[in-house]
Design a protein around this ligand. Structure first.
Ligand code: SF4
Length: 483
């Protein structure tokens, strides 16, 4: 597509859009490190960085190790209030020179751009993921979209280099309609890619909740008109600025549900640590309600109740396990239990991706599995649904088990094994359920670290000629840059 398609809403879409309100939100965001360096931050925030921390950050400013060029720094007032009493949250949001000690990592982790048929859209499985915005209310230092947020240039499969563009309604809905028409005409499967109907779309970024309600509504209505069956919205706003889930937003969502009652809506929230939503006392301990359950921060509880009480919105939490932030079984146990109690499903925990500087944030794969496993001891069956997932180029893969004992007679299993299981393939789903067993390597941060100890690989995770072949088989047409 050489020119950006101009999207014209239908009368039904326009009727919905005419009801939407766009309040102005005062998140009191502090952008960048300059307010701290130049003593312009509000008085009560000035000590957020110690003088030693500021001096260390100043020393590397403007060099290859500049932390702000790797990932812009941003914080809301709400998150600052939570973080001032939480070392974990400080680590999540405060820049540190440690981030750029080792800049190893991939510009485009998982070769995401290979799956982009239209600028700003990744088409994997029966799902599409869209980049609709390139910022969030605050920024996580470990962000696995740092190349998008920092507007870095990324090499695509055809060798061209450009910043990742944002999705445009016209281009994306044209693609969905065209793909689905071919699928229907071919008996339910796309003849080239083997994919089914594109039925579920995730609005992502960045954080779509930074957009005005009218823009979110425009996306939702256009996707519904294009035949999408379910819409997801990925957001960390429940942690950064829960007041965003106000009456104006809920009324927009209600209006959408009234107009398109058959289209599902899933809110994919992102809590990394219970300090992001539980109330703490002066002693740093969580406060309890009269019945012994843990007390939520009022603003977050009100926001969550507004969403969950709709009944037709499913709310799911997913989070990476990050060094120094939530690599703590006790914190994760508290979080899974507290979320499930208010109606939030614990969906995935992720191993960190091999982004630039991943060594500063990722915990070893086996450690992550042990942390999650420990955290789920003592949880009820409905509280411990979450799995540990790692995103291989071939698709979403579960770290299913880590054992300690050797398997008699099996070389490379002397210290136990790790069992990976393919959950989804990025194109069709022929390998769902297939496993790969490798000898343990407690230091392994990524698949490459197991390449010399593969025991059994029906999943083909280490068959790189196969991976290369599947790259070649994915049809790719890069559309016009759209931001
Ligand atoms: S909220 Fe998500 S996209 Fe935004 S900075 Fe954090 S990890 Fe990145």
């Amino acid at each position: 597509m050489s020119e950006r398609a101009k999207y014209v809403p239908t009368v039904k879409e326009q009727d919905l859009l005419d009801t939407v309100e766009n309040p102005r939100y005062d998140r009191q965001i502090i952008n960048g490190l300059n307010p701290f360096f130049e003593d312009r931050a509000p008085d009560d925030m000035k000590g957020f960085y110690s003088s030693d921390e500021m001096a260390a950050l100043l020393t590397i400013r403007g060099t290859d190790r500049d932390v702000e060029s790797r990932m812009p720094v941003k914080i809301t007032r709400h998150y600052f209030e939570l973080a001032r009493n939480s070392k974990s949250l400080q680590r999540l949001v405060k820049a540190s020179p440690d981030e750029t000690l080792d800049l190893q990592g991939a510009e485009d982790p998982g070769y995401q751009m290979d799956y982009s048929p239209v600028e700003g859209l990744l088409h994997k499985y029966e799902m599409g993921l869209m980049y609709v915005i390139s910022t969030c209310s605050a920024h996580c230092r470990f962000c696995y979209r740092e190349e998008l947020i920092a507007r870095k240039e990324v090499e695509r499969q055809d060798g061209t280099v450009a910043k990742k563009g944002l999705a445009q309604i016209g281009e994306v809905t044209d693609y969905i309609r065209a793909h689905n028409e071919i699928v229907v005409a071919n008996g339910g499967i796309h003849p080239e890619s083997g994919r089914e109907k594109l039925r579920e779309i995730l609005l992502s970024g960045g954080d779509p909740m930074v957009l005005p309600n009218s823009k979110i509504a425009a996306w939702f209505a256009a996707l519904a008109e294009a035949g999408v069956e379910s819409i997801r919205l990925g957001t960390k706003e429940m942690a950064f600025y829960p007041d965003r889930f106000d009456d104006a937003f809920l009324s927009m969502i209600d209006g959408f549900h009234d107009a398109y009652p058959d289209v599902g809506f899933r809110l994919m929230v992102h809590f990394n640590h219970p300090d992001e939503f539980l109330e703490k006392g002066a002693d740093g301990e969580y406060l309890s309600n009269a019945n012994g359950t843990l007390k939520w921060v009022d603003a977050t509880k009100q926001a969550m109740d507004r969403v969950v009480s709709r009944g037709w919105i499913s709310v799911e939490n997913q989070t990476p396990i990050i060094k120094g932030i939530n690599d703590d079984p006790n914190a994760l146990r508290v979080m899974q239990r507290a979320l499930k109690r208010v109606g939030v499903e614990n969906h995935y925990f992720f191993c960190g991706r091999d982004i630039i500087a991943y060594k500063a944030f990722n915990v070893p794969i086996e450690t992550a599995w042990n942390i999650l496993n420990e955290s789920q001891k003592g949880l009820s069956g409905v509280e411990n649904h979450a799995r540990l997932s790692i995103t291989h180029y071939k698709g979403k893969t579960e770290v299913a088990a880590v054992t300690n004992e050797p398997i008699p007679g099996v070389p490379e299993s002397e210290h136990g094994v790790v069992i990976f299981k393919i959950l989804r393939n990025a194109a069709a789903a022929p390998d769902r359920g297939k496993v790969c067993i490798v000898g343990r390597n407690p230091e392994a941060l990524w698949f490459d670290d197991y390449a010399d100890r593969v025991i059994y690989d029906e999943a083909g995770l280490f068959d790189y000629s196969r991976v290369e072949k599947s790259r070649a088989e994915v049809p790719v047409t890069i559309g016009a840059v759209g931001d």
